[in-house]
Design a protein around this ligand. Structure first.
Ligand code: GA4
Length: 306
């Protein structure tokens, strides 16, 4: 059983001078935090949410014209290529190639426009957070992480998840998996959802806690690549989403990833004479191995030095 300890989840006010210290502490302890005063206008967010809900309310055969999601497009229930399933439908989008938006055909011009501007605001926030993180870690080169997302070859992904209500749950009150437990392979993920609960994170003490939803804030996850770049000082956070019997959930996540050719390796200034905990690999190699894994697998395990 998971408990709700809203007070446990660190909250970082991006407009305050202590943001960089709080970010580092949160990444060390949880690999997860909530961000307020993020600067993304609520108006843009709610307009996008309305368009996304319009898309998901289309008949299945219409939505399937934008699928299957290999790698980008509409998907329903199946997650990834290896047999994972969830109570979810989604759109997976490439963050860098606008032509991918042709997925939705001509009728979704407004959705496409709103997505484009939302993605650039969220990417900017991700870069700001990564720069604060570098400062908090006392790394001289402030853009050491953010430059990977700003690179025109950055392999970032955007995902819109819709978790329909699961009527059976309202009756029998059980848990049902919306999106199974996993860590995100990229550097950093920025999630924003409507006011429906469901997201849970796994704590180092072995318990799951429910993250109280907050549609005005963003939730930030440390990804596997950032774990490696900090030589394990930050840990990627295991998380999952439970389906809801009464309310549907809509979440939008930006996954900030490096260029495919980038070597993912600990930053020298964070090594302090220690050995790397990981074998050397490129993002291309890690991503390939990721797509050969099941959602819940410990993907970094293969790359650890024994
Ligand atoms: C988890 C994080 C992102 O949603 C994602 C997911 C990807 C997918 O849905 O296609 C994966 C999953 C995610 C990790 C393991 C593999 C690949 C599903 C799956 C079973 C887009 C990503 O980059 O990795």
């Amino acid at each position: 059983m998971a408990s709700t300890f809203s007070s446990t989840i660190p909250i970082v006010d991006l407009s305050k001078p202590d943001a960089k210290t709080l970010i580092v502490n949160a990444c060390e302890e949880f690999g997860f935090f909530k961000v307020i005063n993020h600067g993304v206008p609520m108006e843009a967010i709610s307009q996008l949410e309305t368009e996304a809900l319009k898309f998901f309310s289309l008949p299945l055969n219409e939505k399937e014209k934008a699928g299957p999601p290999n790698p980008f497009g509409y998907g329903s229930k199946r997650i990834g290529p290896n047999g994972d399933v969830g109570w979810v439908e989604y759109l997976l989008l490439n963050n860098n190639q606008e032509h991918d938006f042709s997925l939705y055909g001509k009728n979704h011009e407004k959705f496409r426009c709103l997505l484009n501007s939302y993605m650039s605001s969220v990417k900017k926030m991700a870069c700001d957070i990564l720069e604060l993180m570098a400062e908090g870690l006392k790394i001289q080169q402030k853009n050491v992480f953010s430059k990977l997302l700003r690179d025109k070859e950055s392999d970032s992904v955007f995902r819109v998840n819709h978790y329909p209500t699961c009527p059976e749950l309202a009756v029998n009150g059980q848990n049902m998996i919306g999106f199974g437990e996993h860590t995100d392979p990229q550097i950093i993920s920025l999630l924003r959802s409507n006011n429906t609960s469901g997201l849970q994170i796994y704590l180092r003490d072995g318990s799951w806690i429910s993250v109280p939803p907050d549609h005005n804030s963003f939730f930030i996850n440390v990804g596997d690549s950032l774990q490696v770049m900090t030589n394990g000082r930050f840990g990627s956070v295991r998380h999952r989403v439970l389906a809801n019997g009464l309310k549907s959930r809509l979440s939008m996540i930006y996954f900030g990833g490096p260029p495919l050719s980038e070597k993912i390796t600990p930053l020298p200034s964070l090594m302090k004479g220690k050995e790397s905990l990981y074998k050397e690999f490129t993002w291309f190699e890690y991503k390939n191995s990721t797509y050969g894994s099941r959602l819940a697998d410990n993907r970094l395990g293969h790359f650890e030095r024994i």
